[in-house]
Design a protein around this ligand. Sequence first.
Ligand SMILES: Nc1ncnc2c1ncn2[C@@H]1O[C@H](COP(=O)(O)OP(=O)(O)OP(=O)(O)O)[C@@H](O)[C@H]1O
Ligand SMILES: O=C(O)[C@@H](O)C(=O)CO
Length: 420
Amino acid sequence: MLLGAIADDLTGATDLALMLSREGMRTVLAVGVPPDDFEYQGADAVVVALKSRTSPAAEAVTLSLRALACLTGSGARQVMFKYCSTFDSTPEGNIGPVAEALLEALKTDITIVCPAFPANGRTVYQGHLFVGDQLLSESPMKDHPLTPMTDSSLVRLMHAQTRLPVGLVDRKTVAGGPAAVRDAFERARGQGTKLLVVDAISDDDLRVIGEAAAGLRLVTGGSGIAIGLPENFRRAGLLGVSRITSRFAAPPGRAVTLAGSCSRATRDQIATALAAGTPAFRVDPVAIAETRLSPGQVVEWAVATEGVPLIYSSAEPQAVRDAQQRLGRDRAGEIVEHFLADAAAGLLDRGFSRFLVAGGETSGAVVGALGVPALLIGPEIDPGVPWTLSLGSERPLALALKSGNFGGTGFFSKAWEMLS
Ligand SMILES: Nc1ncnc2c1ncn2[C@@H]1O[C@H](COP(=O)(O)OP(=O)(O)OP(=O)(O)O)[C@@H](O)[C@H]1O
Ligand SMILES: O=C(O)[C@@H](O)C(=O)CO
C-alpha cells in the first residue's frame, strides 16, 4: 500500500477514492475501520471511510487513530486525512483534533491543510476558503444543519480547533513551484509551525503542492490535494504509468434515490427531479418523532411505485431550523438518518439493488444498514461523485454516494441514465 487515507465521512471517501483512481492508483474503499483480515486486493491506495465528522472530538480521534494503525500496519508510506472541501467542522473540531492526533501518532512534525477542490468551486486564497464566488461564511454552508460555517479563515478555524502553531503558504509562493513550496515548509518547520494552510486556486496549484508534499508523512485536505500525490509514487518508481480503466457492471434490480442532505445543490437536484415528474415521498422529521410515519410505510410506497422513486427529507434552512427547535439539532439529524437507513434496509429486502444517496452522514447511515464493508470505485458521474460497487456484501449493489453540495441540477437523472 502506497497511500493510506482516513476520510471523515463516506461521500468524502468516495470523492477521494475517485480522485486517486483517476490519477492511476488502484483504490479500495473500506467502510469503517477494516478488520484485521480485510482484503486489500493489492490496492495502491486504501481509503478508510469513517463517520466521524460530527461525532464528539475524542471519539473522532480514537476512530481515526484506529484507522491509522490499520493503514500503517499494512505498510502505507504516506497518510492522508480527508475532510470536507467546505471544511465542515465546529469550533471543537473535528479537523484540528484529528490532524493533531495523527501528527503525534506518526511522530512527524508538520502537515498541510488544504481543502481546495477547484473542479467544484472550492479555492483557498490568503488562507480564506471560497465556494464559487462567495466566501465560505457567505455561502449556503452558513446554514448547514450540523456544521454551519460562519468563518472563512482557515488559519483562524485551525487556531480555534487546535493548540498547535498554524501558518500560511500563500498563492505567491505556490506560483513559485514545488521548490518554493518545499522551502516554505522548511522555513515553517524552523519556526516550529505544525499546521500549514496552503493557498490553491487551480488544479495546477494542487499539483505543485502535491509534488512538494512528497516528503510529508501526513497530508490533510479535500480530495483536490490528492491530485498530485500519485505522481510522486510514479516518480519514485513505485506506481505504474497505466491509467485504471474501470469495468463497471451494475447488478440488476430496482433503483431508489434517498436524500437526507439539506445542502443547496441537493435541494436544487430534488426540485429538478420533482419538476420532471419523478415519484417522490417527502419525509418529515417531526412526523417520524411523533410516530406518524414509519420506514415500512415508505418502503411499501416505493415498492408500489413505478420508475425510480425519490425519498427525501431535504428541506429549506427555515424548515430545518424549525425541526431542530422541536427535536434538538443532533436528534433531528439522527432521527432522519435512522429512518432513511431503515427504509434502505427494507428496500434491500424487497429486491432493490441500486441506491443513490445524497449526503455524507446520510450515506454513512444507509450504507451501514445495507451491510456493505467495502466499495470499488466505478465511473465518475459528476466531479467528486462516482458510481461504486459493493464488495463483500450479501449480494452485489450499485451505490452512488453524493456529497451534499456536489453535482449539477440534473444529477439524479444523469446518474440513473448511466446505468440504463
Ligand atoms: N428536514 C430535516 N430537518 C433536520 N435535519 C435534517 C433534515 N433532513 C435531513 N437532516 C439531517 O441533516 C444532516 C445532513 O447531513 P448530510 O451529511 O447527510 O448531508 P450534507 O451535509 O449535505 O452532505 P455532505 O456531508 O456530503 O456535504 C443529516 O444528519 C440529516 O439527517
Ligand atoms: O470534500 C467534499 O466536499 C466532499 O467530498 C465531502 O466531504 C462532503 O461530505
